[in-house]
Each structure stands twice: as structure tokens, then as C-alpha cells.
Ligand binder design. Structure first.
Ligand SMILES: [Zn+2]
Length: 70
């Protein structure tokens, strides 16, 4: 699939992902549906509601576009 940057129309787009650094563990950042459920120990998340995020970076202007599949 040919992508182009919505900001500068460059076709130099790199696919990647955002690294989530938590508890000394590196994970792919995920999209979670709904509002954040904040608790004293952190965020309460549901595995069923999280989907990994794919990020596309324009190598010309640096614009990031995020996509969640499914
Ligand atoms: Zn661009």
C-alpha cells in the first residue's frame, strides 16, 4: 500500500511502533478503548480492549500517524 504524508505529501513513510517502557519491560504501545481508569497503583486495563498501535513516520517532516487494526 502506497502511503503519503498528509502534511507534506512526501511518500517517504517508515512503518514502526511506539515502545512502552514500563516495569523495566519494553512493550509495543497499545490503544485502549474508552476513558483511562486510573487507580492508586496505575492504570486499570483490559487485555480484550487493547490493540497494538502501528505508527507511520514521515521521514521528511517527522509527522506521525498512528493506526490500530481490528
Ligand atoms: Zn511529511
Amino acid at each position: 500500500m502506497m502511503r503519503s504524508c498528509p502534511k507534506c505529501q512526501s511518500s517517504q513513510i517508515d512503518a514502526g511502533y511506539v515502545v512502552d517502557h514500563g516495569y523495566g519491560e519494553k512493550k509495543v504501545a497499545s490503544f485502549h478503548a474508552g476513558a483511562p481508569d486510573k487507580r492508586w497503583w496505575g492504570l486499570k486495563t483490559s487485555k480484550a480492549a487493547t490493540t497494538p498501535v502501528t505508527v507511520y513516520r514521515c521521514t521528511r517532516c517527522g509527522y506521525l500517524e498512528s493506526y490500530v487494526k481490528g
